[in-house]
Design a protein around this ligand. Structure first.
Ligand code: ZN
Length: 166
């Protein structure tokens, strides 16, 4: 078990577009396990590779582990499909922006396609918190954080709150 350092906003690595994982090597398997360990240690429910400084299209999530319903997912090269019309606003935290909750407006339902560590291709629909979580993590792979979804005034206020807490 290795708990990695989490990259904190405004580190430039959080603005980078991550690259596709071409091959699932032992290094990728170790990275994924370390990311799960890091996420649990930080009491988070999702963590993208760029948040531990590795600019590859890979994230981990486990949205129910705090409620005793652990279901860890390792999502490699994830893509969103068939995004519906309905939108919803949920409060989102981020392990790279500790102490700040941002209200982010997103599609309420999404379908995600991804590869597992074993190489299998998966398709699953998500709604509620799960939909927000997968979109939040894929945002990280495209160099986007919650602040980037906000109106200028709200963004400035939350950044001031974040900076005051550091
Ligand atoms: Zn985040």
């Amino acid at each position: 078990m290795s708990v990695l350092d989490i990259v904190l906003w405004p580190d430039a690595r959080l603005t980078e577009t991550c690259v596709q994982v071409e091959e699932i090597t032992q290094e990728i398997r170790t990275l994924a396990q370390d990311m799960l360990d890091t996420m649990y240690a930080a009491k988070g429910r999702g963590l993208a590779a760029s948040q531990v400084g590795s600019l590859r299209r890979l994230f981990v999530m486990d949205i129910g582990w705090n409620e005793g319903k652990s279901d860890p997912l390792v999502c490699i090269n994830p893509m969103l499909q068939e995004i519906g019309e309905e939108r919803t606003v949920l409060e989102e935290g981020c392990l790279s922006i500790p102490g700040v909750l941002a209200e982010v407006n997103r599609p309420a339902q999404v379908q995600m396609v991804w590869s597992s560590l074993e190489g299998g291709r998966y398709v699953q629909s998500f709604d509620g918190f799960g939909a927000a979580c997968v979109q939040h993590e894929i945002d990280h792979l495209d160099g986007i954080v919650t602040f980037d979804h906000l109106e200028a005034d709200t963004r400035a206020a939350l950044i001031a709150q974040y900076e005051a807490a550091q």
